[in-house]
Write a protein that binds this ligand. Structure first.
Ligand code: ADP
Ligand code: MG
Length: 673
């Protein structure tokens, strides 16, 4: 980090308008300094739609119209509700308009003025009307349309407006930084300058410039990832392992104590792993397997091997919910083992005193296996003879984070588990430098999930089906894209949806909800309630996606399914079909489109993640800028290995030509600013 950079990185609370409260809310998003702020990229961009004429207005869609108010507005009061009503017209027709709780509009909005109205078209008593539209002067609307507005990932206590302001201030304090990538390479590969890209992504001048900025930042992410993988491999080829293990009895032991027999594929990958562990060099292995293929037990066998050789080991998982679940599962699996490792949890939500206690136990080797979230690398943990680190659901972790162990002077064996079925072509690019083991089939004896793609109108039937499953004592998941109502996206949201369901299932079933804005303890509680069947229907965003194992849940209904990438949908679907009974997955298509339907049909016809991923890759065109169709395996801030496949290829090509040497620290991904 350069000196100038150090002086420009300041705590967010030093910015205008950010007090301790907002500062704390930002900290929840992992944002502490201005350097963190500028790397908090928009998750999408709000683009106001092109103007339409009134005769094209359709129920339940958001439209922007340039129209004139016909008469003075009238204000109607019904109890506490104040409605302001009027009529708009353009050359093509008329429409009623209505605002709630804005009586002052009557004065400020005089008839005859031509303005732009942006709002949702609703229908009542057979008549269409525009509900609560925002009002713009035409030239103001033109400007807005030309500049996409960034929409940032938020947490409670933060608004998008606050983030925009804070990020703009941080950028204005940031001096120009020369690019780490030589100019020749930038122009050869049509990459925007890095500094420009960072400024542009937060305040795009135009859509083509936004595309270029996004491409450059994604390039950085991929390049850093590939460089990380390469370094891991180099490190492995240099280092003799300080932790050679004797694994001769491990598998026969495991066969004796496990409650089920391993499948042929599990046996094969276990042999590959124990082979590495006993080889005398450091293991760098990727374990791939579709959802439900049984990776956990394979990880356990590796951890058990380390334990039997007197070493400590750790497994990193992306969420606390998953950490707890793993602990339970592993203790179950080890129930009949003669020698049992002691398993401890280290997660972010522990109280400070509890954390200290856990750390003490790790240091004194009172713990053999540590299961943890990010806390595992963030807290000052002193391991004792740490010989193996497993990371589960790898796509939520960056390679950098794994590199942190190396920086601590530790060189444990590494096993990276991924449920993302990456097609061979992609795997070779991403992990070409790692050894790969694949579990190619699920344990036999399970019924394949039955699928259906339906339209919104058919939802009542689907709910009936869910009700019948509940009557059999089973449980259901319902997935919505949004947490709460959004003015820009016509899509279902968890809060309203769960309220409505509570009404319709009153006295029949209990409904819970889960989303990323809840506190960790709340999420944990909901998951426990669901696992213990105190909740029958869980309405959730995709936070549910990763690794959750509740075999009694037999139905999943995914709303606005076309918004997700196929791989992501497949991961979601992996939450059902885990028990011996028949399971179902219902994809509800929110927007009618041939292409969307075709994509969903791929899923409906196959339960094989690899086949789906391959089909997905084939169907995707060039990356979609406002990617509603994120595929979900976001190893990266902005990049998506499917959507941005061409950028991944570019990154690979550049890495072949150029590796930053001493000045590597200027790579923004790293420490930077
Ligand atoms: P994933 O690969 O998605 O992490 P899990 O490890 O959670 O899959 O396994 C899915 C389910 O299959 C678990 O309930 C697990 O107990 C079970 N399972 C794993 N291996 C076997 C096996 N060999 N025979 C029977 N059931 C198994
Ligand atoms: Mg798993």
């Amino acid at each position: 980090m350069s000196l100038a950079a150090e002086q420009t990185t300041i705590p967010v609370t030093a910015l205008k308008g950010i007090g301790p409260k907002t500062g704390a809310a930002l900290a929840k998003l992992g944002i502490h300094t201005t350097a963190d702020l500028i790397r908090h990229y928009p998750c999408r961009f709000a683009c106001y739609p092109a103007l339409q004429t009134l005769n094209t207005a359709e129920e339940d869609t958001s439209i922007a119209v340039q129209a004139t108010l016909q008469t003075t507005l009238t204000v109607i009061r019904r109890g506490r509700l104040v409605m302001t009503q009027g009529k708009l017209a353009d050359v093509s027709g008329e429409i009623a308009v209505r605002w709630y709780n804005m009586p002052y509009l009557k004065k400020s909005l005089s008839p005859g003025r031509c303005l732009v109205f942006f709002g949702k078209v609703q229908k009542k008593g057979g008549l269409l009307f525009l509900e609560q539209p925002k009002i713009f002067r035409p030239e103001e609307y033109e400007t807005l349309r030309a500049h996409p507005v960034p929409v940032y990932p938020l947490s409670s206590g933060i608004t998008n407006r606050v983030l925009i302001r804070a990020i703009q201030e941080s950028l204005s304090r940031m001096p120009f930084q020369p690019d780490w990538l030589p100019k020749e390479l930038c122009s050869a590969h049509q990459l925007m300058d890095e500094d420009t890209a960072i400024r542009e992504i937060h305040a795009p001048q135009s859509i083509p410039r936004l595309a270029a900025a996004k491409r450059r930042i994604i390039f950085n992410e991929f390049y850093e990832f590939l460089l990380g993988v390469r370094k891991m491999k180099e490190r492995a080829s240099l280092a003799c392992s300080a932790f050679p293990m004797d694994c001769s009895d491990i598998l026969s032991d495991a066969r004796r104590f496990l409650p089920f027999s391993l499948t042929a594929f599990q046996e094969k990958v276990c042999l590959e792993i124990t082979g590495d562990l006993s080889s005398g060099t450091v293991m760098n292995r990727l374990l791939q397997g579709d959802v439900g293929s049984g990776k956990t037990v394979v990880a356990l066998i590796a951890l058990y091997a380390a334990f039997r050789n007197g070493y400590q080991s750790a497994i990193m998982v992306p969420t606390e919910v998953l950490a707890r679940q793993h602990q339970k599962t592993m203790e179950q699996l080890l129930r009949h083992a003669e020698q049992k490792p002691r398993i401890l949890l280290l997660t972010g939500s522990l109280k400070d005193s509890e954390k200290k206690e856990v750390q003490k136990q790790i240091e004194s080797h009172a713990a053999d296996i540590v299961i943890g979230t990010h806390a595992l690398i963030q807290e000052p943990v002193k391991f004792h003879r740490l010989a193996l680190v497993v990371t589960d659901e790898q796509h939520r972790f960056g390679v950098q984070q794994r590199g942190i162990f190396a920086e601590k002077g530790l060189h444990p064996h590494m096993l990276v588990m991924s449920a993302t079925p990456i097609p061979r072509t992609l795997a070779v690019i991403l992990y070409g430098d790692l050894d790969i083991s694949t579990i190619e089939a699920r344990p036999s004896g399970r019924l394949p999930v039955k699928n259906a793609v339906i339209m919104k109108q058919e939802r009542p039937n689907a709910l009936l089906h869910i009700k019948r499953e509940l009557e059999k004592g089973h449980q259901a998941y319902i997935i919505c894209p949004l947490v709460e109502k959004s003015e820009f996206l016509d899509a279902e949201n968890v809060l309203d949806y769960s309220e409505a369901l509570k009404e319709s299932f009153r006295g029949i079933a209990s409904v819970g909800c889960l989303h990323g804005r809840m506190r960790e303890e709340e999420k944990q509680q909901v998951m426990e309630d669901f696992a213990a069947q105190r909740i029958d229907i869980l309405v959730s965003t995709t936070v549910i996606e990763v690794g959750i194992d509740v075999p009694n849940a037999t139905v999943m209904m995914i709303e606005d399914a076309e918004r997700y990438g196929l791989a992501s949908l497949h991961q979601l679907r992996g939450r059902v079909g885990r028990g011996s009974g028949q399971s179902y997955c219902i994809f509800v298509q929110g927007k009618q489109s041939e292409r969307g339907k075709k994509r969903l049909e791929i899923l409906a016809h196959s339960n094989d993640g690899f086949a789906i991923a391959a089909a997905d890759l084939k169907m995707r065109g060039p990356g979609e800028l406002f990617g509603a169709e994120q595929s979900g395996e976001l190893t990266f801030g902005l990049g998506d290995i499917y959507n941005d496949y061409p950028v991944l290829q570019t990154a690979k090509a550049v890495l072949e030509e150029y590796e930053p040497g001493e000045n590597r620290k200027t790579l923004r991904q790293d420490v930077i600013l």
